[in-house]
Design a protein around this ligand. Structure first.
Ligand code: SAH
Length: 515
């Protein structure tokens, strides 16, 4: 908890959805706050940036339930700040654009609570950029109007005079929360003088893999949108600039745009797979099948550490292992040189990066991220005969690796630093998404991924309307495990790398039908 006697509230814009569009400042604050309050438009991944012990409150709409009333949210912010905590209130997009951030700031000011505001990329800017609609354009549009289509039924004075906006010249209108009344809004704009052939478009779920857009004119957009089944959250754009959409759209042309791909989050290298798929436009459902938590076998740890100088190699199979190792190592030693000439080996680029953060060179890393290829790579160094090797493990894994090393006459000691457990998927939003919608494909990048997917089979059973995914495997060993679990792959990467797996996926799925 922060030490300030009076806490502080940060009203923070979380951007439109894509994690890459969250500001650096926002990320820093999420990672250091005591309390995080967020709602439904914020990306679920953001919550994972919190430090352990941070208290998290969800105040958005849940299926069938109402949002937490505004007053209650304000009280929550005030109460935690009064208790001396550093509170981050995350809001989709920008807090001061149709986000009620102004009201929250006012409530804090009234109560004498110090606060700061961090802007975010608002949905209209993001939707324009990701759909090829420049919001202003020389000679075509010289002004941009952000409007809300949502009417507050009690406050008639807040109603927008749509006809007046229909009379504007050379303007781009960006309408938030307008999908429920799109026909009425477009009709009123025309009644105000806007030509029926004025270009207009809707962009739903902008910046995310599930983005959809439909373009037309103010006269036919409603019908097109209904046909395509688009709904909230979306921005309605009106103005000549919408014509550019055809010409300069880039996001919706990406090879995996419009595709939903499930992956299994088992080990750290999977975030690399997610990033690669998202960069190609896919909507990625990362199924959190297992939970890894620190669980150090203290006796073993101290024993090994006291004889550290006698070991030749230390072997890591996950970035978590590296993190936990250094956390505890640095509690006992304040100097990295206490590691002596210990050589480092690992699998996965994320693991190597974590080691290199300590300015330590990774001397052995196989191209394929499996325990067995790591053993082969170590054997190939010719240094294992009578060598002492530390293998950092979880509670279950790595028998194969250890056996192979021992067969090559190494003396292996296991250092257990974490444990791996099944995640409870019943209430998990990503798992729920997968069960109800399914996916175009599910990718397996390791045998352990196949194993944990199989172990969670019941919790992932697809609903009646869900799309049955094609199964993709990264290579021989994973294919073997998949077949063993009754899930023979539909396609296999020609060589065991994430890029090859993704290329086979693209080839297998073929071009996407655009709406
Ligand atoms: N403060 C937010 C707006 C909140 S109001 C911001 O600055 O963006 C909620 C409305 O924002 C939605 O109904 C929709 O109109 C729009 N919106 C938010 N995220 C969006 C997205 N990813 N794509 C399209 N519209 C979005």
């Amino acid at each position: 908890m922060s030490e300030s006697p009076s806490g502080l509230v940060y009203l923070v814009g979380a951007g439109p959805g894509d994690l890459g569009l969250v500001t650096f400042r926002a990320k820093e604050l999420i990672g250091s706050c005591d309390v995080l309050v967020y709602d439904y438009l914020a990306h679920p991944e953001l919550v994972k940036w919190c430090r352990p012990g941070c208290e998290v409150f969800y105040v958005g709409k849940k299926a069938g339930c109402h949002t937490v009333p505004q007053e209650e949210i304000e009280n929550l912010l005030v109460a935690h700040a009064r208790a001396g905590r550093k509170v981050v209130r995350l809001k989709g997009g920008d807090p001061y654009v149709f986000g009620r951030g102004g009201e929250e700031a006012r409530a804090l000011a009234r109560e004498g609570i110090p606060f700061e505001v961090v802007p975010g990329v608002t949905a209209a800017l993001a939707a324009g950029a990701y759909s090829g609609i420049p919001l202003t354009y020389r000679n075509l549009s010289t002004s941009l109007v952000l409007l809300t289509g949502h009417e507050d039924p009690v406050k008639t004075e807040s109603q927008v005079d749509w006809r007046a906006y229909g009379a504007l010249q050379n303007a781009t209108l960006a309408i938030y929360m307008g999908m429920g009344r799109i026909g009425f809004i477009l009709g009123e704009l025309q009644a105000g003088g806007l030509a029926a052939d004025t270009p207009a478009a809707v962009v739903q779920w902008a910046t995310l893999g599930r983005q959809r857009s439909v373009a037309g004119t103010v006269a036919d957009l409603e019908e097109r949108v209904t046909r395509a089944g688009l709904g909230a959250p979306a921005i309605i754009f009106v103005g000549e600039v919408v014509r550019e959409h055809e010409m300069i759209d880039w996001f919706e042309r990406l090879p995996l745009f419009g595709r939903r791909v499930a992956i299994t989050r088992t080990r750290d290298q999977n975030s690399e797979l997610r990033e690669k798929l998202e960069a190609l436009g896919a909507e990625v459902l990362e199924l959190p099948l297992i939970t890894i938590s620190k669980d150090v076998d203290k006796v073993g740890f101290v024993e090994i550490l006291s004889e550290l100088g006698t070991y030749d190699w230390i072997v890591f199979t996950s970035a978590n292992g590296v993190r936990y190792f250094f956390e505890d190592f640095l509690k006992g030693y304040s100097d990295i040189r206490a590691l002596g000439l210990l050589r480092f080996a690992c699998i996965g680029r994320a693991t190597a990066r974590e080691i290199e953060r300590h300015f330590i060179k990774v001397e052995c890393m196989p191209d394929t991220a499996t325990g067995s290829s790591l053993a082969d790579a170590l054997i190939a160094t010719g240094s294992l005969d009578s060598a002492k090797v530390i293998v950092v493990t979880g509670n279950l894994n790595r028998d194969r690796l250890v056996k192979k090393l021992e067969a090559a006459r190494a003396i292996v000691d296991r250092m257990q630093l974490y444990k791996t457990e099944k995640t409870d998927l019943t209430a998990d939003p990503v798992a729920d998404h997968f069960r109800t919608r399914g996916a175009d494909a599910i990718l397996f990048a390791s045998s352990s991924a196949a194993e944990s997917y199989h172990a969670q089979g019941d919790a992932l059973a697809l609903g009646p309307d869900a799309q049955k995914p094609l199964v993709g495997s990264i290579g021989e060993q994973t294919t073997e495990s998949l077949s063993e679990f009754g899930l023979p792959p539909d396609f296999v990467a020609p060589k065991p790398s994430l890029d090859a797996l993704i290329s086979s996926l693209i080839a297998r799925l073929g071009p996407v039908k655009r709406v």
